[in-house]
Design a protein around this ligand. Structure first.
Ligand code: CMP
Length: 580
């Protein structure tokens, strides 16, 4: 019997077509996302029997969602969000509320239930993080106030959607849906309360234990020096936490993965974790979009053109006007309001996740997903046009002096305040990054020529072991006779070694604290900082490990330690005997 290759076929067909269509999309100056969705549509229409069952494709897509959410968590920054909180927190929540109410109204017109309307409204209210991030990046507006506000707005939308995903299972029955397995015996309030308690318990455990345990695990793994093992650890942690949280606490995969990302975000190793998981995130995110595309039924375009038009009008016009009005109502200038509006005038991944869940709970009719997909593909495709329209409309309005004074100039102080907040956040982030910053492999050699004999990969391994450490002027870093716990490499500043009645100054590029580690004895001298110093520290075990691994380095360090010991002995011998 030929063995089943359906999963392999799913991967192969999915990736090949996604690549082809994404390439075409890119040539047409469209986001690759459009290509992935179209590839899914094509597979669904013409190659459905080649790929695995929808169930397997769905599970692969779930992995995509988990990794996507992990990525969102990994990049989520409280400080960034706080800087734009004045505008985005209230703004995004009000925008979602109004859009959801409109969605319920639209559903009523179509004869759908309130539950279906709620899901539809929520799906239509949330924009695609991937598209907004890419757009802001491509327009080179990552550092501008408008760009940052759009991203902050998206983050609040994402967080709201995470809450919705968590609460939906508890609310589904009350909204007229069916929960597989049924939560029937509990009342609505009880199951809602239970869900909130579970989420709070889960959040508390992750946020209290996580920052202690996860970075520790990653650091231990980093010390093995194996890049493979590190990538595996990141993957195991994100998928493990996501799956474990779903099994133990009943919270969604997405939330678990998001929290795993948030927790790792705080660790020094987060950039490495992000870099290592990125290729997998990308790959599975592609499968996610392809599998969403597979569910699309293109006939909706000619069967229900009015419904499609209504959805598009909602996304491109109603949502944009709504956002513009809200941002203006908060006292910000027209140009900011229309920027946010154009940024969020599309729908994406969260809409699909939520729609899938809604269909699973029999809340949303299946054609709802096709409508949302049609809306998404078209709105993402025309997103650049939305920005062109924004330019024309804003430019037109601001060409009139009266309008310009009322809509833009009089609102400048609010905008200036926002820019000030952003600037403060940037300065704080820079200071934090500088304190945590470890060097690049090239900089390591620049600072410490003794590492020049290592390959770039080996330097990277060394860097993983080095811990940043600072000292104030006058601070005693090492005390003679103490047990040894680390060796120090000076990246800036100067220290004084006092030994055998002599004072020796060591500056950037030198190291100290190695003698006791090598001899296994106690500290041979006092070492004191002379000014503000920055060090890279190697703890006892790491020091032994690095020296074992790189014999050339060992030779150099042992040679210097021997030299210092010899000098000290001679010095000691030359000292006049203590007076009696
Ligand atoms: P350790 O004995 O672990 O702690 C004190 C450190 O001072 C020692 O390692 C050396 O790194 C440093 N040290 C001791 N003697 C000298 C010296 N003669 N010249 C430079 N550094 C020294």
């Amino acid at each position: 019997m030929p063995h089943d290759v359906s999963i392999i076929a799913t991967f192969a067909v999915g990736f090949v077509l996604a690549f082809v269509f994404a390439w075409i999309a890119t040539r047409l100056r469209l986001p690759p996302l459009v290509g992935y969705l179209v590839a899914g549509v094509v597979i669904g229409r013409f190659a459905a029997d080649m790929v695995a069952t929808a169930q397997i494709a769905g599970q692969l897509a779930d992995i995509g969602v988990i990794l996507l959410m992990f990525g969102v968590g990994l990049h989520f920054s409280i400080a960034d969000l706080m800087a734009v909180r004045r505008i985005v927190v209230v703004g995004a929540v009000v925008q979602i509320a109004i859009a959801t109410a409109l969605g319920i109204g639209l559903a009523k017109v179509w004869g759908w239930s309130v539950g279906a309307g709620l899901i539809l409204g929520l799906c239509l209210s949330v924009a695609s993080t991937v598209v907004v991030l890419k757009g802001v990046e491509e327009r080179n507006e990552m550092a501008t106030a408008n760009g940052r506000v759009s991203i902050g707005w998206l983050v609040v939308e994402d967080l709201t959607m995470v809450m919705v995903l968590v609460l939906l299972p508890a609310l589904a029955e009350a909204l007229g849906g069916k929960v597989p397995g049924g939560s029937g015996e509990h009342g609505l309030l009880v199951s809602l309360g239970l869900t909130l308690v579970k989420v709070a318990a889960f959040g508390a455990i992750v946020l209290v234990l996580g920052p202690r345990v996860l970075p520790w695990i990653l650091r231990q793994v980093a010390r093995t020096g194996s890049r493979e093992l590190f990538t595996l650890a990141v993957l195991a942690l994100s998928l493990g936490i996501a799956f474990g949280s779903a099994e133990l606490f009943g919270v969604s995969f997405a939330l678990g993965a998001f929290f795993a990302g948030v927790v790792l975000n705080e660790s020094d190793l987060s950039h490495k974790a992000a870099a290592n998981s990125l290729p997998l995130q990308d790959a599975f995110a592609v499968l996610f979009f392809v599998s969403v595309g597979m569910l699309f039924d293109p006939s909706i375009l000619w069967r229900e053109p009015l419904m499609v038009a209504a959805v598009l009008g909602f996304i491109l016009v109603a949502k944009a006007l709504n956002a513009t009005a809200i941002v203006m109502a908060m006292g910000f200038p027209l140009s900011t309001a229309t920027y946010v509006a154009a940024s969020i005038a599309q729908i994406g991944e969260f809409s699909f996740i939520l729609a899938g869940l809604g269909i699973g709970y029999a809340l949303l009719p299946p054609e709802g997903l096709s409508l949302l997909l049609a809306g998404s593909i078209i709105s993402i495709t025309v997103n650049q046009l939305a920005f062109a329209a924004r330019g024309a409309l804003t430019g037109g309005a601001l060409a009139r002096p009266g309008l310009k004074a009322a809509l833009e100039d009089s609102r400048a102080p609010a905008f200036a305040l926002l820019e000030q907040d952003l600037e403060n956040a940037r300065i704080a982030a820079e200071a934090k990054a500088a304190a945590h910053r470890t060097l690049s492999p090239e900089e390591l050699v620049e600072h410490f020529p003794m590492f020049a004999g290592l390959t770039p990969e080996q330097r990277e391994v060394v860097l993983l072991h080095l811990l940043p450490h600072t000292a104030q002027p006058g601070e005693r870093i090492i005390r003679r006779g103490d047990e040894a716990d680390a060796a120090y490499f000076i990246s800036s500043g100067e220290v004084e070694v006092s030994v055998a009645g002599k004072r020796i100054h060591l500056g950037a590029g030198s190291f100290f604290g190695e003698m006791a580690l090598i001899s296994g004895g106690t500290r041979s001298a006092d070492v004191t900082a002379l000014d503000y110093c920055k060090f890279l520290k190697l703890t006892t075990d790491d020091f032994a490990e690095i020296l074992r691994r790189y014999p050339g380095l060992r030779e150099e360090i042992v040679r210097q330690a021997d030299e210092r010991a010899r000098m000290n002995r001679e010095q000691e011998a030359a000292k006049p005997p203590p007076a009696r």
